[in-house]
Write a protein that binds this ligand. Structure first.
Ligand code: PHE
Length: 342
């Protein structure tokens, strides 16, 4: 059986058209290779038409042979062009632009207050203090009553205290942890209790309604005010170096007798007076004193047998001194420009 060359020619036309459609579709990766296999591969659509050469009349063979070869050449050229384009234009999938700037992964740091708190804790632990804690939501009894703060004491004033109800308050200081610890343990006690406190203070450069204190309590036989001074001095020297000066001023707290407040000399101006210490050369750090016998009676300690000292220092104050921060609000505004400095 022989085939009609005209029929084959129209088949070739159709193949050419298909090829043009395929090559200009230009979709997907590695298209040139796919098209080459489809048309010119061993079983490709054009390749297989070459087998027809043997089936047309001998006289038609050169004509068909020429047609086939022309088409083959055309396909090959088109495929080569496409392959070249593809090699110039990397596929999107694995395209990587080396000229783009890198994506920075920001590293976080610990908040300055947290850093100071950790340092304070470290110093006291090395001096033999344990770390205790208590709830921030306190009862009237622990926050006031057992600390010998009578009902009419000004620190109970609605102005200062966040009351949750008649009995619950946001603790106004860390001193309730003194009571909780003494209820739990027998002397000798040497502990610190760091934590958050709350007061309805008007916000300014040195006051914020949320702040941190580190409470300290030491109870044993024969503890004196000299022990308190020794520990405060050791602490100050460890935190700020030997040049720091300490001063105790007489004060009053219902739960200590005698009571004092102590200040550190300003680290920025060394006592000359600057914006940090508001010109005084000193920064108020802490209330302190000898535990009042009335407090011991609340926790069933015999005041004839035991004495003790206590202190409660402001962490923000210490951080302000240490990092020379003039405004307490900076610690709470989460401004990255501020926080990034630590
Ligand atoms: N609790 C006191 C305050 O918040 C500080 C203090 C603690 C004073 C311990 C004496 C002893 O001001």
């Amino acid at each position: 059986m022989t085939l009609d060359i005209k029929e084959i020619s129209s088949q070739l036309e159709k193949l050419k058209q298909d090829f043009q459609d395929d090559i200009s579709g230009n979709k997907g990766s590695n298209l040139a290779e796919k098209i080459r296999i489809k048309y010119l591969g061993r079983k490709g659509q054009l390749t297989s038409l070459f087998a027809l050469l043997g089936k047309v009349p001998a006289a038609d063979r050169p004509v068909l042979g020429k047609q086939l070869n022309v088409l083959k050449q055309l396909f090959q050229q088109e495929i080569d062009k496409l392959a070249e384009l593809e090699s110039e234009q990397p596929q999107c999938i694995d395209f990587f632009d080396r000229s783009l700037p890198g994506v920075t992964k920001e590293t976080g740091t610990f908040h300055p207050l947290y850093q100071v708190l950790e340092e304070i804790k470290g110093i006291f632990v090395s001096l033999g203090f344990t770390i205790e804690s208590g709830p921030e939501l306190e009862t009237d009894y622990y926050n006031f009553e057992a600390l010998n703060i009578p009902k009419d004491h000004p620190s109970r004033d609605l102005q200062d205290t966040f009351y949750i109800d008649d009995d619950l308050v946001l603790r106004t200081h860390t001193s309730p942890v003194q009571i909780r610890t003494m209820e739990k343990l027998k002397p000798p006690i040497r502990m610190i209790a760091p934590g958050k406190c709350y007061r309805k203070d008007a916000i300014d450069a040195t006051h914020f309604p949320l702040f941190h204190q580190v409470e300290g309590l030491c109870v044993d036989r024969g503890i004196t005010f000299a022990d308190l001074k020794g520990v405060v001095e050791a602490f100050a020297h460890r935190l700020f170096g030997k040049n720091i000066k300490i001063r105790f001023r007489p004060s009053f707290f219902p739960f200590t007798e005698p009571s004092a407040e102590y200040d550190f000399s300003c680290v920025k101006c060394a006592g000359k007076g600057c914006n940090i210490c508001k010109g005084s050369g000193w920064l108020e750090i802490s209330g302190a004193g000898m535990v009042d016998p009335a407090v011991f009676r609340y926790v069933n300690y015999d005041p004839e047998e035991f004495t003790g000292y206590a202190f409660g220092m402001g962490v923000e104050r210490i951080a302000m001194l240490k990092y020379q921060v003039a405004d307490i609000r900076d610690f709470y505004e989460n401004d990255l420009r501020f926080l990034k400095q630590f």
